[in-house]
Structure formats: C-alpha cells, structure tokens
Design a protein around this ligand. Structure first.
Ligand code: HEM
Length: 157
C-alpha cells in the first residue's frame, strides 16, 4: 500500500487546503469567482432566462450555495452536501449547447480573475468533468440517440 492510500481524511483536507493556497485560492477568491461568473450568466441571452426562471430574482441563496459547493471542492470546507444532478434534471429544455455556453463563460471568468494558471486549470478541469457527467445523465440514451440533441449519425451509413 502506498502512503497516499493510508492518508486519513484529516490529512487529505490539510493537503487539499495546502494545494489551494499554493494556487492562490482562498475563500475570498471562491466568492469573487462565483459572483463574477453569475453576473455573466445573468447577462447571457441563453443562460440568463433559465436562471431567472429558477431563482426568481432571489439570487443570494443560489450564490451562497455555489460558494459552499466550490469551497467544499477546492478548500475541502465540507459545508456543501447537496445533490446537484436532480436540480439540473428538473430544468426544462436543457441542451448540450447550454453546457457549452456555461463552460465557455466559466472559462472566460477564470481567465479574467484566477490568481494563477494552476487555479484556472483546476477549476475548469473540475467543471468540465462535472458538466460531462451531468450530460451523460441528462442526454445519453442506450440506443445511441441523445435526447434533446437529435440522433447520433450512424458511422456505417
Ligand atoms: C447548462 C449548464 C447549467 C445550467 C443552465 C445550470 C443551471 C442551474 C440552475 C437553474 C440551478 C438552480 C438554481 C436555484 O434554484 O437556486 C443550478 C444549481 C446548481 N448548479 Fe447548475 N447549471 C448548469 C451547469 C452546472 C455545472 C457545470 C455545475 C458544476 C460545475 C453546476 C453546479 C450546480 C450546483 C452545485 C447547483 C446547486 C444545487 C443545490 O441546490 O444543491 N451547474 N444550476
């Protein structure tokens, strides 16, 4: 067994926080990233209306949730224990294009605000992975079609 597998939960938290600090990421940056990103989302023609419909003008609880979510991921704060997938499953009319635009906006926000290249890479990598897993649950159909996306072209045709 390697040392890595023997680390306790507490050691993993200390390590995560040290990695975040080395990238220049702290709670203040997480807060800034979330505020800046959702300012842009709000102003976006494609994503704005979806959020307007879901948050109904009451942005503060959503921003606070997103700060806890990203804080848990990057700083191991442990204060997010929600289940994001069902929330997205419940959004009507979501397509892969929405995810592309979401990721583009998130990446642009990181490029404009991240304290280091490592931080930029860390956040976009996490977001891409989560967006991919959401999309598998939302759009993948075992018969090879993608709901909301038309049919996957048959390579043999
Ligand atoms: C197509 C792209 C996306 C759209 C349109 C979208 C939209 C939304 C909406 C409308 C909510 C509910 C807001 C509320 O009622 O307060 C929400 C919640 C959330 N979203 Fe997304 N989202 C997208 C992609 C993502 C991605 C890629 C992530 C992760 C990196 C993410 C993470 C979350 C989380 C953590 C919540 C909070 C769930 C909870 O209440 O615990 N979303 N999203």
């Amino acid at each position: 067994m390697t040392d890595k597998r023997l680390r306790t939960a507490e050691e993993r938290i200390v390590e995560r926080q040290a990695e975040a600090a080395a990238m220049g990421v702290d709670e203040a940056y997480v807060s800034r990233l979330v505020d800046e990103f959702y300012d842009r989302v709000r102003a976006n023609d494609l994503l704005g209306p979806i959020f307007a419909n879901a948050v109904k003008g009451n942005w503060e609880p959503h921003l606070a949730t997103m700060k806890r979510f990203w804080g848990s991921m990057v700083l191991a704060t442990g204060d997010y224990n929600g289940r994001p997938l069902p929330k997205h499953m419940a959004l009507p009319g979501l397509t892969p294009t929405h995810f592309e635009v979401w990721l583009e906006l998130f990446y642009k926000t990181l490029q404009d605000t991240a304290p280091s290249k490592e931080a930029e890479d860390w956040f976009i990598d996490r977001a891409v992975r989560i967006a991919k897993s959401f999309q598998l649950s939302l759009f993948y159909r075992p018969d090879g079609s993608l709901s909301n996306y038309g049919s996957v072209p048959d390579p043999s045709a």
